[in-house]
Design a protein around this ligand. Sequence first.
Ligand SMILES: NC(=O)c1ccc[n+]([C@@H]2O[C@H](COP(=O)([O-])OP(=O)(O)OC[C@H]3O[C@@H](n4cnc5c(N)ncnc54)[C@H](O)[C@@H]3O)[C@@H](O)[C@H]2O)c1
Length: 252
Amino acid sequence: MRFQGQVAIVTGGAGGIGQASAKLLASQGARVVVADLNETVGQAVADSIRAAGHEASFHFVDVSSYESVESLVQYAVDTYGQLDIMFNNAGIFGDGSHNVIDLPIEEYKRTIAINQDGVFYGIKAAADAMKGAGGVIINTASIYAYIADKNQFPYHASKAAVVGMTKAAALELGRYNIRVVAIAPGMIDTGLIDAWRDDERVWNTIQKAHMRRKLGTAEQVANVVAFLASDEASFLNGHAYFVDDGAASFKR
Ligand SMILES: NC(=O)c1ccc[n+]([C@@H]2O[C@H](COP(=O)([O-])OP(=O)(O)OC[C@H]3O[C@@H](n4cnc5c(N)ncnc54)[C@H](O)[C@@H]3O)[C@@H](O)[C@H]2O)c1
């Protein structure tokens, strides 16, 4: 088993990408802490992993609070004795209705608090727990760290910061044998983009943004997350890896 004996935390574990990743890591031997704001769904994800014969538990986290993230990491170490894989994945998407001039300051701050501060807190707390034995930290960025869309100013800011933090943390944590990488997904068919689902014109545009005219699935992203967490990726460090069917490399 790829992750036998290892312990993983997945934030945003009740959502699409987090849920698929938690299930895949657990099915490959990891003991997984499913962490999310959403207790009902998060608990159900952990239950379904256990029902499939693997090890998992749910722990509440609000990634915009350092105390909450610190107690999540403490829970993993207290419960399972170690932490090997930290997937800082929880995130939100803005409502897409404000340009930068009209953007309410509070909306900007809320997105940064979850998408950016949350990843910083996850890196900080996980690295402290991993510094004795090493580990892997994976952060969820986005193609929107690299290409811009209208009315998503805070999302772009936060995801570009995730890429920057990934590089800086990889540089500082290499001495502890901690790898820090990021993923930059294209549009993935999860609840995050539900707001666009009912508008056929918008949905078609999103599909066409990918080279094979289809959105990605959470499982396709989870496969990359598991690869990055594994020893097969042992020379990958300090970069964000696109999981986007080429969406960020062609002109629309
Ligand atoms: N779906 C996409 O098209 C897409 C594309 C690029 C990047 N991403 C990124 O992937 C990550 C996962 O998104 P998803 O597509 O699975 O969306 P999702 O909405 O299905 O899952 C996000 C999860 O994060 C949780 N969450 C939100 N705020 C939180 C907080 N403060 N503390 C703890 N948990 C919180 C939610 O409860 C939810 O379960 C996000 O960082 C998102 O920005 C998604």
